[in-house]
Design a protein. Structure first.
Length: 319
């Protein structure tokens, strides 16, 4: 083979590889209904996730629902009514923990909703049954718990590290424990569709502050998926800028702690495994100046080559 032919072959192979990388098609679509932590009751944590080209959404937390759907319709993420999205497109809810900024939309909208499944781990489900859907704070729209169950929602308790089908979708979920002001529990959800995955973390503090190994254990579990490029993105919170003292983190992350945790993940998944990897930042807490500071700090500390995404309420994107 001549030198010219060898060069031509190399060019051909490089072109095919580049084309293949560009042709990697998205697996999931995301419509954020709420993106913030804190005081904005019209914009609290809730993310609709569905396989691409379907209307089979699961709602990851449910701090804001109706108001978020209305914004999504204005942004042309949906072409139907608010009621149709709520009743027909949302197939169920994955609730990471029972703090009000993650469940208030689910509670308030329950009278107008259709029958579907609410998924949560045991402690989270107990809190919702005992303190919210208890016929005192709110009518019991579930099929378990105290009071008179109206049986609109099926309350399904997730077993940690066990794959569970998400009803009326092609997706499954596996739950992992998180520490959110230890010993209070939050949850990470690993959602699978085919051979592709997305990871959503509810509120979590760093292992070092929480005196926990929950994040390390989660990184160990997902590292092979990162290495094999099966994990399409991680939704993870950053609530405060670096200036926030550890004793006032209240089970949340800063840019410093997020990058430390992601470095730990890279050590497990392999060097440069997170280059270009999508990290979706959630739960940014007002005031606005703190959010600006968090974004600046993440930009300056991004030595892993991450593709950092700041979702906007009602604006669809793909993973």
């Amino acid at each position: 083979m001549t030198i010219f032919n060898r060069l031509l072959l190399c060019f051909f192979l490089i072109s095919i590889n580049t084309f293949a990388q560009k042709e990697q098609k998205p697996t999931f679509q995301v419509v954020p209904l709420g993106i913030k932590g804190g005081i904005d009751e019209k914009n609290l944590s809730a993310y609709l996730l569905a396989p691409i080209n379907t209307k089979d959404f699961i709602c990851l937390d449910a701090g804001t629902v109706n108001a978020g759907i209305e914004v999504a319709i204005k942004n042309k993420a949906f072409k139907v009514s608010t009621s149709e999205v709520l009743r027909k497109y949302i197939k169920g809810y994955l609730i990471s923990h029972a703090h009000l900024d993650h469940v208030s939309g689910l509670i308030i909208n329950s009278p107008a909703d259709s029958s579907k499944t609410v998924y949560a781990t045991n402690k989270c489900m107990e809190m919702m049954e005992n303190h919210y859907f208890n016929d005192q704070t709110w009518a019991n729209f579930g099929d378990a718990g105290v009071g008179f169950p109206l049986k609109k929602y099926h309350f399904q308790t997730l077993t940690i590290d066990e794959e569970t089908p998400l009803t009326n979708t092609t997706m499954t979920v596996k739950a992992f424990p998180l520490s959110h002001v230890n010993p209070f529990e939050s949850t990470a959800f690993l959602i699978k569709n085919g051979d592709a995955y997305a990871l959503y973390l509810g509120d979590t503090g760093p292992d070092a502050v929480e005196k926990s190994t929950d994040l390390h254990d989660l990184w160990t579990a997902i590292a092979p998926l990162v290495k094999d490029k099966q994990l399409k993105g991680i939704f993870i919170e950053v609530s405060f800028p670096n200036e926030q003292p550890d004793k006032f983190l209240f089970g949340h992350l800063t840019p410093n702690y997020l990058m430390k945790e992601l470095h730990a993940l890279e050590e497990l998944a392999g060097k440069d495994s997170l280059k270009g990897f999508k990290i979706i930042i959630t739960h940014l807490k007002p005031p606005a100046k703190n959010i600006v500071k968090i974004k600046e700090q993440l930009k300056n500390q991004n030595d892993l080559g991450l593709k950092i995404i700041y979702p906007e309420q009602g604006k669809r994107f793909e993973l």
